[in-house]
Design a protein around this ligand. Structure first.
Ligand code: TYD
Ligand code: MG
Length: 467
């Protein structure tokens, strides 16, 4: 049994195994192992055991300062950190149908219009289909070079015939295949081999390349996960199917920040940049109903106001439901536990639903206070003031802890017409931004304030009866 017979590859994580197993030992996924041919060493015709000599370079020397290639699409450039870096490879991952191809054809057109050579290779659509879309998007005049191809060697040979393109789009990496690998297209080994060849091309010639990767849950098509560690940046394009908002987020970025987001709106004429997302996220607010609180958040350098909606309703189930969309499930559990333990709010007999409006996803602990306010408001049937924003982190002791960038949050709230803010005690030190600021030291005092306006006692009693 020699090691060269490792031919079962996990389609989720890329781990190799010598025999078929139901469960991948590396990532724990089930039914993801599939048989693949072994990778042939790169550089065919080379004598084994003898490497080529190359020149070692001193650290001090001529450096290519990473020149940026801005797209002119501000929301995109913000996420990459000011444009594409020469020779860098970027993976754009997202669910099928989210708008990756649309965004990238718009990006290529923007660069082509600025006079850069931009090439768009689609492995999924025929040239005619891409053209049809470009026509609908009003991009016909842009000098984008198109092709429908899937062989990486052919693509590299073709684009390097002339001056290499500044930007090369590969839509998608799962459809590409390379001669150096024997496996079928779409398998992990092929995806990895194709990505390797393209990355080598980018580094050598200084083109920026964007690889599109579909995220698929089932093991049929190789997920782009194996490519993630090979590329310079991973952007994820997200959105809820039913919403028109799309959020571009850097998951990894060797040349820029990872906390910035770009916000787009999918319209009949393609993706439109949203330069003031707070306005958009708050545009469909349900004023005056209990269970909603506006959270003044920060995404990267930009303040972002979103509505947090909660529904707390008596449960008929033995184990009540806890469902959350757009926020962290364990964060919700923590806030619920603190409400029970320190604020006398009994939720054991209630189903709890929490939703961040507009398809936005929040990662900040600063949202704790807004989530708690929405939950208590729903339970007590007490609408929160429509002109108030909330932010603050809840600690396990029930205290409200200060969060970063209070001044920016308050300023954005004031700009959008809010008059009040409910914040941690230290937040006011940075100035109140013109708002009436109420500081809360503990979650219990917030609960008491909200309950005073509603019927929490009654709701509490109902909970007691149910339990
Ligand atoms: P697409 O870019 O093909 O998605 P992906 O490449 O991520 O699979 O986008 C497909 C969806 O976008 C499709 O459901 C239709 C919608 N769409 C619009 O709403 N407006 C438009 O102008 C375009 C081109 C697409
Ligand atoms: Mg597509």
């Amino acid at each position: 049994m020699s090691k060269r017979h490792l031919t079962f590859i996990c389609q989720n994580c890329g781990a190799a195994a010598s025999r078929w197993q139901g469960k991948c030992e590396a990532c724990g996924e089930w039914n993801t192992l599939s048989e693949e041919g072994a990778e042939r060493p790169a550089g065919p015709g080379r004598k084994p055991g003898r490497g080529r000599l190359f020149e070692l370079q001193p650290l001090a020397g001529e450096a290519h300062e990473a020149p940026r290639l801005p797209t002119g699409i501000a929301e995109f450039d913000r996420v990459t950190g000011g444009g594409f870096v020469r020779g860098s490879v970027l993976l754009m991952a997202g669910d099928p149908g989210i708008g990756k191809s649309t965004l990238l054809i718009q990006t290529t057109a923007a660069l082509a219009r600025a006079g850069h050579r931009a090439v768009y290779i689609s492995g999924e659509e025929a040239v005619g289909q891409v053209r049809l879309r470009a026509e609908r998007l009003g991009l016909r005049d842009a000098a984008v070079e198109l092709a429908s191809e899937t062989s990486v060697e052919d693509i590299i040979a073709t684009v390097s015939e002339k001056q290499v393109p500044k930007l090369l789009i590969i839509d998608s990496i799962q459809t590409m295949w390379t001669d150096t690998v024997e496996s079928a297209p779409g398998t992990v080994t092929q995806v990895r081999g194709a990505a390797q060849a393209l990355i080598r091309f980018a580094k050598k010639h200084g083109s920026a390349i964007i690889l599109v990767g579909h995220v698929t849950k089932d093991g049929q098509i190789a997920g782009p996960r194996v490519v993630e560690h090979m590329v310079d940046a991973v952007l994820s394009f997200e959105g809820e199917g039913s919403h028109q908002f799309r959020i571009l987020r850097a998951v990894k970025n060797r040349f820029g920040p990872t906390d910035e987001i770009g916000v787009f709106e999918m319209t009949g004429a393609g993706l439109r940049e949203v330069s003031n997302p707070s306005e958009l996220f708050l545009s469909e607010r349900d004023l005056g109903s209990p269970g909603t609180a506006v959270f003044a958040g920060i995404e990267g350098t930009r303040p972002l106001l979103v509505e947090i909606q909660a529904l707390v309703a008596p449960s008929s189930l033995g184990t009540p439901r806890r469902a959350v969309v757009g926020w962290d499930q364990s964060r919700l559990s923590m806030v619920l536990a603190v409400l029970e333990a320190h604020c006398g709010v009994r939720l054991g007999g209630h189903d709890v639903y929490l939703n961040v409006a507009g398809g936005m996803r929040i990662n900040e602990p600063a949202a704790d206070l807004a989530a708690a306010a929405a939950l208590v408001s729903s339970l007590a049937h007490a609408p929160l003031p429509a002109d108030a924003v909330y932010f603050g982190e809840v600690s396990l002791s029930g205290a409200i802890r200060p969060v970063a960038q209070s001044a920016a949050r308050l300023k954005e709230a004031a700009k959008l017409g809010f008059a009040r803010a409910v914040v941690p005690e230290a937040a006011r030190a940075d100035g109140d931004g013109g708002l009436k600021v109420t500081d809360v030291g503990s979650l219990a005092s917030l609960v008491a304030d909200i309950a005073a306006n509603g019927s929490l006692n009654q709701a509490g009693k109902t909970a007691g009866q149910d339990g």
